[in-house]
Structures are given as C-alpha cells and as structure tokens.
Design a protein around this ligand. Structure first.
Ligand code: ATP
Length: 199
C-alpha cells in the first residue's frame, strides 16, 4: 500500500504545494476556473515541467521514466483521447463487472469509438484507466458530462475501487454536494496555495 506525496511542488502560478494522500484516500481539489487544478494534476502525472518532489511510496517521480510513472500514477483528463477503432481495444484486460457498474451492456467492447457520447467516453476512460491497474489516480472532473443519476453511479463505483485497491486519489470537483459525498479531505486553491476546507 502506497501513499502519494507532494513536497514543495511548484507549477504555473502555484507554489509550495505540500500534500500527502493515504492509500485508499480520496482528496478533492477545487478552485476557481483557471486556478491551476489541471496543471497540478499534470505535474503530479509528470506531464508538465514543475518544481518540487512527488513520490509514490518510496519511489521518486524523477527516478523512473515518465511513461512508467504515468502507468502507476494514472491521470484521467476531463476530455479523453481515443486511438483504436473499438472500445475493447483500449482496455488492457476485460472489465465486465466495472463496465456493468458503469452502466454498459456486455457488448460495449465491440462498440465503435466514433459512436460514443461525451458521457460514455468519460465513463469508459475511467474503465480504461482502471484496466491498467494504476497505484494512484488523478481524476480531472470525472463526472463533468454526466447526469445526476449516472454521476451517483460513477461516484459509488470509483469510491469502491479506490478503497478496494488502496489507491491514493486526487479528484478535481466543483460541486459541493459531490465533494461532501466522496472526499476524505477537501483542499481549495486560493492565492496560489492549497487551503484545506473543513466543514
Ligand atoms: N502549458 C501552459 N503554459 C502556460 N499557461 C498554461 C498552460 N496550461 C495552462 N495554462 C494556464 O494556467 C492556468 C491554469 O490552468 P488549469 O487548466 O490548470 O486551470 P483549472 O483550474 O483546471 O481550470 P478549469 O476549472 O477552468 O478547468 C490557466 O490560466 C491556463 O490558461
């Protein structure tokens, strides 16, 4: 079981970001549009130049090649890219239970990517990420394109997977009701720093 630790991280306008996320813990991140939430996730995923240190357990981010780091510390961006023709080709292994929990029928693996709605893409991008068995998750507004009922379904699935797999998770969220439901802790970006919000 591994924690995800940020020490003195600086990216864009943000500086002196310290955060430790425990195994199986969901930390929600909020802040105004343009505050730097996505850039912080991208820095943790080693997709953007940044200062400071990021560690997964005892492994320093800069001690492993970027692609290997991102296989362990997996970012699911708000808008996902798809490169094969069918959904199934994107999954590293079959995920029948996950796909059912996310509201898909058994034949979704044969679906053409070109037919997917934005909400279907968003849910399938989560299944795709989890099929690679990451050890930490960076979720950028994972339910932004979903209606309320589907949002609840996806939240419940993510919470159970994160708990079962002991993944530390950093989850960008805007809606207060969602943060109340899923967050172990909640931080908001204010004046270029992380401030813990305690309800
Ligand atoms: N590669 C880059 N170089 C310079 N500035 C950038 C780069 N990427 C993003 N920015 C700027 O950094 C700021 C933070 O962007 P970011 O995408 O992290 O915002 P955000 O908090 O996720 O916003 P939103 O809630 O609107 O998605 C924005 O002003 C954006 O224009």
């Amino acid at each position: 079981m591994t924690s995800l630790t940020l020490k003195d991280v600086a990216v864009g306008d943000l500086e002196k970001i310290d955060l430790a996320i425990a195994p199986g813990e969901i930390v929600c991140l909020s802040g105004a549009s343009g505050a730097g939430k996505s850039r912080l996730l991208r820095a943790v995923a080693d997709l953007e130049p940044h200062g400071g240190r990021v560690r997964l357990g005892d492994t320093e981010q800069d001690s492993v090649p970027g692609h290997r780091w991102r296989h362990s510390v997996m970012m699911v961006p708000a808008e996902s890219a798809w490169w094969f023709d069918t959904v199934g080709e994107h999954l590293e292994k079959p995920m029948p239970e996950a796909l059912r929990a996310l509201g898909f029928a058994g034949d979704v693996g044969n679906w053409s990517v070109s037919r997917l709605s934005s909400g279907e893409k968003q849910r399938l991008a989560l299944a795709r990420a989890l099929s690679r068995e990451p050890r930490a998750l960076l979720l950028d507004e994972p339910t932004a394109n979903l209606d309320d009922k589907t949002t609840r379904q996806v939240e419940a699935w993510l919470q159970s997977v994160i708990r079962e797999r002991h993944c530390p998770a950093l989850w960008v969220a805007h809606r207060e009701d969602q943060i109340q439901r899923v967050a172990g802790r909640h931080f908001r970006i204010e004046d270029r720093r992380l401030v813990e919000v305690r309800e």
